[in-house]
Design a protein around this ligand. Structure first.
Ligand SMILES: [Zn+2]
Length: 112
């Protein structure tokens, strides 16, 4: 299959992953809010039933697996064109990286 197929799917799975992480974080924030304010479980709609959060965590595992599968295909079929760059770690430090311009995987990800 064409590399664009895998790049498109990986992009969509990463967007889905961001949305799922947002939902999981929101559940945790609701739980923290409840604990900080000493709100009884019965009065808050999400505290008793964590089914949606559990399902999101299961879905997250599947999406991470699908991203891995996409990356393993991309690694093999991309005609990698490497470029050197620096990424900021914090305000004072940056780190040199080499990644592919086409598939955006780093050398470490491709050759591990
Ligand atoms: Zn590449």
């Amino acid at each position: 299959m064409d590399i664009n197929f895998f790049l498109f799917f990986r992009k969509k799975y990463n967007l889905m992953l961001s949305s799922i992480n947002f939902i999981i974080d929101s559940y945790d924030e609701i739980k923290d809010y409840q604990l900080r304010n000493n709100i009884e479980g019965d009065s808050v709609i999400f505290t008793k039933d964590q089914t949606i959060k559990r399902n999101c965590i299961m879905e997250k595992i599947q999406i991470l697996n699908l991203i891995d599968i996409c990356n393993s295909h991309i690694k093999n079929i991309c005609n990698h064109e490497f470029i050197d760059d620096n990424i900021d770690i914090d305000l004072d430090n940056s780190q040199a990286i080499t990644y592919c311009r086409i598939c955006e995987l780093t050398e470490d990800e491709i050759f591990k």
